[in-house]
Design a protein around this ligand. Structure first.
Ligand SMILES: [Zn+2]
Length: 196
């Protein structure tokens, strides 16, 4: 049994590409960035310390209701410390850029995890949005992956596919690996801070 159990959720998949911009599909960069996160978690923790559960491990569509049910079933078996859902953003203007996170206002643990992730990403000199930790109320949308799961949960928007620089970064394997390393470190700081 591992000390910590977390869920990594690669957003969208299969027939649901998420945001698509200039030929870059969100589902693909979510998956590739998520895989890097998973790899960094393994080097940070190892199996005895950290068990990482995935909602999808290839390019297929898994409905949000199924993802949430799966996560809650895992959580009922043995507590999940954090759900991290990996996404890239899109906007009507190319002006928006940078990393941000969302969480539900009612969960202190989710807010704490989002703060740690953003702090680590900022410390590694990645561009953050002006307000990089937002509640879903501030976002103005309820997100199933945050509102319908019982464990603490954070949705990370790694960058904007509608911004040329962010999109270039999203399609750069080295960039993805580095931003994932910072995100994994942030999650680890949260888990360590929360204690076993
Ligand atoms: Zn998305």
């Amino acid at each position: 049994m591992s000390k910590y159990r977390i869920v990594l959720d690669y957003g969208h998949g299969g027939s649901k590409p998420g945001a698509v911009c200039e030929g870059t599909e969100e589902k693909t960069v979510n998956y590739l960035t998520g895989q890097e996160l998973n790899r960094h978690f393994r080097t940070l923790g190892g199996d005895r310390e950290l068990q990482v559960l995935l909602t999808r491990d290839a390019d297929y569509d898994i409905p949000l209701s199924t993802r949430c049910a799966l996560i809650n079933a895992h959580h009922a078996q043995e507590p999940i410390r954090l759900v991290l859902s990996v996404h890239y953003n899109a906007a009507g203007t190319p002006a928006y850029a940078g990393f941000e996170t969302y969480h539900v206002a009612t969960s202190q643990k989710s807010a704490g995890a989002a703060e740690k992730i953003v702090a680590a990403v900022g410390q590694a000199n990645f561009t953050l949005r002006r307000k990089p930790v937002k509640t879903t109320e501030e976002l103005g949308r309820r997100l199933a992956i945050l509102h319908k799961v019982r464990p603490p949960a954070v949705l990370a928007e790694v960058g904007f596919l509608t911004n040329p620089i962010d999109r270039g970064n999203a399609t750069d394997p080295q960039y993805r690996s580095e931003v994932a390393r910072a995100m994994a470190q942030g999650v680890w700081n949260y888990l360590d801070h929360e204690g076993g």
